[in-house]
Design a protein around this ligand. Structure first.
Ligand SMILES: [Zn+2]
Length: 430
């Protein structure tokens, strides 16, 4: 009995220590020094170096090409000033407003806001007529005005919202456009830049009833080519020269900075998954599989459109057909309501095995099933014929692609169980 207790204590101590390390990794990746692991202040590059260091510390091996796999793409960035005043009040970036990921930059002082009547948004000849008057507008001193056009979109949904959003983009050719709405902000990354700024403002920060709105803003936007790096390492099989592989993947990039004052920490998405990947790396170095190499791929450019994983699939470090199974993890920070498995319906035998393990070991309350989806880094592998799952946690934390997706919002409630489940699953798909 005492032996059993000692054994139990040892295991739970091990898991606690492992969870502590995962928490530290997550918190580090979310810290301001990592700049949201994006495209300002070399945030993603700092993260890549850190992850490479963690792989080395875990004792992982690198492929002959080294730990890094570089690739390039265009990205619209917001590296400098980001300020917006309405009627003299400064709005808080990320909270009161976000710039559209494709927003152009600019610097405008004291411009009069023109509210485009909502009925005209859905009537092309109407808004054309409305805007014609703006093109020739001058102030009392005869100075030409460049009005800021405002769309008030609160309550507009579905196709109407899509139509309005499309028109807003169209108008950025000639005007700065403010879209006012009361919905949650969800930021992303874009590879294009509109000619003028497009700014999304919370309704609470824009007094629609005010007679006149004067806008001042400075937005520094730079569209530029960017080089990012996938970070790839593996835990070799006990049997040397084995050519069998299973793969775990997680993207480490996030959205980066929106100006120098604001960054998106990306705690759940996907500092948490990166921490899980690194814990699995530690485990499989310490407990190598007999005949199967376990590969860990930490992808960049996911938020910019799965670019890093797509690049990998087109430039694999070993033949893709040697991958027995790939498990992509993204959003690992909760789990109170279980997990969801993308591609579950595509690989029913593996999904049944995963559920069986979970049932036997009582890890998670629920394993939900989904069909294929192009929503994370498993996608291009699946397209190339590699059997793969994408696993994400479910829970009360709904922060996603916003400034609130912070380390302190993560419960890590099922992190240990999920870690065990992923390890057990390796035994099935090896
Ligand atoms: Zn993600």
């Amino acid at each position: 009995m005492r032996k059993l207790l000692a054994c139990f204590l040892l295991i739970s101590f091990g898991i606690n220590a492992q969870l502590e390390r995962a928490r530290t990794v997550t918190e580090t990746l979310c810290s301001p020094e990592f700049h949201g692991r994006g495209y300002v202040n070399a945030g993603d590059s700092i993260a890549a170096e850190y992850i490479a260091g963690q792989f080395k510390e875990a004792g992982c091996k690198s492929f002959p090409q080294g730990l890094f796999q570089p690739f390039s793409f265009n990205v619209n960035t917001f590296p400098g000033d980001m300020q917006l005043f309405i009627n003299g009040n400064e709005l808080k970036p990320g909270v009161d407003y976000i710039v559209d990921p494709s927003s152009g930059g600019g610097n405008i002082a004291k411009q009069v806001v023109y509210k485009l009547p909502i009925e005209s948004i859905f009537n092309e000849s109407l808004w054309n007529a409305e805007l014609k008057t703006l093109k020739t507008a001058t102030d009392p001193n005869g100075k030409k005005l460049y009005p800021v056009v405002v769309f008030h979109l609160t309550g507009i949904k579905g196709d109407s919202l899509k139509k309005a959003a499309k028109l807003a983009v169209q108008l950025t050719t000639d005007y700065t456009v403010l879209q006012v709405n009361d919905t949650k902000f969800t930021w992303s990354v874009s590879d294009e830049q509109y000619k003028h700024p497009l700014i999304h403002v919370q309704q609470s920060a824009f007094d629609m009833s005010a007679e006149k709105h004067i806008v001042d803003f400075t937005i520094d936007a730079v569209l530029r080519p960017h080089t990012a790096r996938n970070v790839i390492a593996y835990a070799p099989a006990k049997r040397k020269k084995s050519r069998k592989y299973i793969v775990y993947t997680a993207h480490y990039d996030h959205l980066g900075r929106m100006g120098q004052e604001t960054y998106f920490p990306g705690a759940n998405d996907n500092a948490s998954g990166t921490a899980m990947l690194l814990e699995l790396a530690h485990y499989f170095v310490e407990h190598p599989m007999k005949k199967t190499n376990v590969v860990f791929m930490s992808f960049a450019g996911e938020e910019a459109g799965l670019i890093g994983s797509h690049y990998y699939v087109e430039h694999p470090l070993f033949p893709l057909e040697k991958i027995n199974f790939l498990t992509n993890v993204d959003i690992m920070g909760s789990g109170e309501d279980g997990i969801t498995v993308v591609n579950a319906t595509k690989f029913p035998a593996e999904f049944a095995a995963l559920q069986q393990i979970n049932k036997n070991e009582e890890y998670l309350v629920k394993i939900g099933s989904r069909g294929p989806a192009a929503n994370s880094d498993h996608y291009f592998f699946t397209e190339a014929g590699v059997p793969a799952f994408f696993i994400y946690t479910m829970g009360p934390n709904k922060h996603y692609h916003d400034v609130e997706d912070t380390y302190k919002e993560l419960s890590f409630s099922e992190f240990g169980d999920l870690y065990q489940l992923l390890i057990d699953f390796a035994g099935v798909v090896k």
